[in-house]
Design a protein around this ligand. Structure first.
Ligand code: ADP
Ligand code: MG
Length: 242
């Protein structure tokens, strides 16, 4: 089964406001997909519908080949899709290591000693082996975001969803976080990332999706999207952001 998640005709409305107006998307194992588009186009809502932090209004979702239905265990589903947010959302009263081992111990029921060992290895993987005992308040934004990525990896997700994970960072800290994500992509992690970093999308993504007003307007390889945009809307967007 190479397809991790597939959505067909996904719609989402907040009251009368249709935020997603029929999205079709399939994510294959090992793929990294970048979603770009103007503010308010529905990018975050799409990620949140993928892992069911929001309930879509319509359409079908298949996760690992099985249709997601009202009876599906949404917590189990969510545990298989890690999400990293713009604002880290670390537990402030726990150390970096404490943040990383919390869910493996309490959700996956992994023995504490094993969780600690894996947690330290993950902090090493994001370049924070020596900061395991630091509290979030003692870390820079870039370090906090790398802890958040390690915390996500600790759940061994099938799919990672990253929503503008560098947007809240000072410019000089963006690179260290992007480097970690680039490593993950190169090591075969499947990911869907919403980003304003066009250079990064171009370098790292296998496929780029341009959304506007609740629809996928264009999708293609980075070369197709950035060097050969077909729609006026994408051309205008790229002119504004590049
Ligand atoms: P993006 O991430 O592309 O900036 P969002 O998915 O956050 O866009 O939002 C798309 C639209 O949905 C926006 O118009 C936003 O105001 C609206 N929206 C998002 N979340 C909610 C919510 N919880 N309630 C009402 N409207 C929302
Ligand atoms: Mg957003």
């Amino acid at each position: 089964m190479n397809e991790i998640i597939r959505i067909e005709g996904l719609t989402m409305a907040f009251g009368k406001h249709e935020v997603l107006r029929g999205i079709d998307l399939a994510v294959t194992k090992g793929e990294s997909i970048a979603i770009i588009g103007p503010s308010g186009s529905g990018k975050s809502t799409l990620l949140r519908c993928l892992n069911r932090l929001e309930q879509p209004s319509g359409g079908r979702t298949l996760f690992e080949g099985k249709e997601v239905l009202p009876a599906t265990d949404m917590n189990a589903l969510r545990a298989r899709m890690g999400m990293v947010f713009q604002h880290f959302n670390l537990f402030p009263h726990m150390t970096a290591l404490g943040n990383v081992i919390e869910a493996p111990i309490h959700v996956l029921k992994i023995p504490r000693a094993q969780a600690v060992e894996e947690g330290r290895a993950l902090l090493g993987r994001v370049g924070l082996a020596d900061r395991a005992d630091a509290y979030p308040s003692q870390l820079s934004g870039g370090q906090k975001q790398r802890v958040a990525i390690a915390r996500c990896l600790a759940m061994k997700p099938q799919l990672m969803l990253l929503d503008e994970v560098t947007s809240a960072l000072d410019p000089e800290l963006v690179g260290e976080v992007l480097a970690v994500i680039r490593d993950l992509a190169e090591q075969g992690m499947t990911m869907v990332l919403v980003t304003h970093e066009m250079g990064f999308a171009r370098d790292v993504a296998d496929r780029v999706i341009f959304m506007d007003a609740g629809l996928i307007v264009e999708e293609g390889t980075p070369a197709e999207i950035f060097s050969n945009p077909r729609s006026d809307r994408l051309r205008l967007f790229l002119r504004a952001v590049l």
